[in-house]
Design a protein around this ligand. Structure first.
Ligand code: ATP
Length: 456
């Protein structure tokens, strides 16, 4: 089959951004918000169109979402309108002309089949798409990097999701999700004492702030400390005390003493005034991803990213070692999707030296008939993939390495995170595109209208 024939439309609907383009292109055609603006009866899509309109903040204009807190569409009318906008205004092709590839998040929910049916109806009936492929987002990310086993840590807008994949299979019981992601940080940044409080902000104004200065604030001011912030504070306090004692002993000698957490950072807020914050306050906001209990006592530390990763690995180990990874039989309900696809990766960077050979041998063992939980831990920990735009906050990767090495000290650890900012932003789309471009159509599951029977 020629490259020409395999051109597909690829659409990734994240809860924050929707990325769309053609599978035979290296980069997507558009990145637009996964929300829309409603003014009277008109729906407005597209980044610049929405920003222009939101800036005016005309009373009555509202912003609505399309994707729910699980990362699945709930507003199907808006999704259809958004896809039509993408086809007409961005891709400039008819939906009837090309196969379509879309993504769904890994989930352990039972309503998956209903969502699939809604997707089939939208694609086949409403838009007339000829062929549809639905890929599981973290699975596509892992496989497109040439990894059939990985721990995919996605730090996005609606929260963090940790997905263990063993031998091309998502271990459903190990999929862990928290609600603490980019949106949660946005909320806390908007509450900072330096910001004028706006109790009556419309959805339009909130969306505009989130996509303009708050986003800049997150990328320039926030930083993730390499260890637990409470411990870091204690560590620097101890250092200061030590230095003070030394000063007393060395009479007359004045060492320069400063707590690094008191360093100042400046941010130009809305081009009008400078906000100055200490480094400890910048660390504190980002720390909510790992310790949400610092934001409010009503949140538990067990919902932080460190606990999520740890639970995910242990649950995956327990599931695989007791059930095996074979789909079918009793293990079938615990796994999401099984495939033997191993596409060649388009990873741009790795942070530590990859463990040679270990993956190959253990995967072979899995296929041969089951892994011990230690083998699963080792497989996952040598393939930790960090994705999602909130992971672009400086220090995220190092913190994840530190947290995992505290919890699994006896295992080798390797993380993979795309170091190029734009590539990390479009990573799900690039992965889906790679899956769609596999040399053999048989490798992925493609659906045609004939496969879909509406439930009566
Ligand atoms: P989800 O994974 O929740 O379904 P998504 O895939 O659409 O949503 P991402 O695009 O991965 O989400 O992440 C969007 C979040 O990342 C937003 O909250 C956005 O403000 C934030 N973000 C984008 N760029 C940066 C950056 N450079 N630094 C910090 N945060 C960023």
């Amino acid at each position: 089959m020629t490259k020409e024939v395999k051109k597909c439309v690829v659409i990734h609907n994240g809860s924050h951004s929707t990325i769309a383009g053609f599978s035979n292109m290296e980069l997507p055609q558009c990145i637009i918000p996964s929300t829309y603006l409603q003014r009277d009866d008109e729906m407005i899509f597209g980044t610049f169109e929405m920003l222009d309109e939101a800036e005016k903040n005309i009373p009555g204009t509202q912003v609505y979402t399309i994707i729910d807190s699980h990362g699945l569409p709930y507003n199907w009318t808006a999704l259809e309108a958004q896809w039509r906008y993408i086809y007409e205004k961005q891709l400039k092709v008819s939906p009837k002309d090309l196969p379509l590839v879309i993504s769904v998040p890994a989930s352990h929910a039972e309503f998956d089949m209903q969502i699939m049916e809604r997707y089939f109806e939208l694609a086949f009936v409403q838009l007339g798409v000829p062929v549809l492929q639905i890929v599981v987002e973290p699975l596509a990310v892992a496989l497109s990097m040439g990894k059939s086993s990985a721990l995919v840590v996605d730090i996005g807008a609606r929260g963090c999701t940790v997905t263990p994949i063993v031998d091309g299979t998502v271990i459903k019981t190990g999929v862990m999700r928290s609600k603490f992601g980019g949106n949660f940080l946005d909320f806390h940044i908007a509450q900072l004492p330096h910001i004028e409080p706006s109790e009556t902000a419309s959805t339009c104004e909130m969306w505009y702030n989130s996509n303009t200065w708050i986003q800049q604030f997150k990328s320039t001011m926030l930083q993730i400390s390499d260890k637990n912030l409470v411990e870091l504070e204690r560590y620097y306090q101890e250092q200061l005390q030590l230095q003070q004692q030394q000063q007393q002993q060395m009479n007359g000698f004045q060492p320069y003493m400063m707590n690094p957490l008191t360093q100042k950072r400046n941010f130009l807020y809305k081009g009008q005034k400078t906000i100055t914050m200490e480094l400890r306050d910048c660390y504190k906001i980002a720390e909510y991803l790992f310790q949400p209990n610092l934001a409010s006592e009503t949140f538990s530390q067990t919902e932080g990213l460190s606990e999520l990763m740890s639970k995910s690995i242990r649950k995956a180990g327990a599931t695989v070692s007791t059930m095996g990874t074979q789909s079918g039989g009793t293990g079938a309900s615990l796994v999401y999707h099984r495939t033997h696809i191993a596409a060649n990766g388009n990873t741009k960077n790795t942070t530590q030296s990859p463990g040679p050979g270990s993956e190959k041998t253990t995967v072979a063992a899995a296929s041969a008939g089951g892994l011990t939980s230690e083998q699963v831990y080792s497989l996952l920990l040598t393939n930790v993939i960090i994705t999602g735009c909130t992971s672009l906050i400086g220090g995220t990767e190092q913190r994840i390495i530190n947290e995992l090495s505290i919890r699994f000290p006896q295992y080798k650890l390797t993380t993979y995170a795309n170091q190029i900012q734009f590539d990390r932003k479009v990573q799900p789309w690039i992965s889906m595109s790679a899956m769609a471009s596999l040399p053999n159509w048989e490798l992925g599951r493609w659906y045609v209208p004939h496969d879909w029977r509406p439930t009566t």
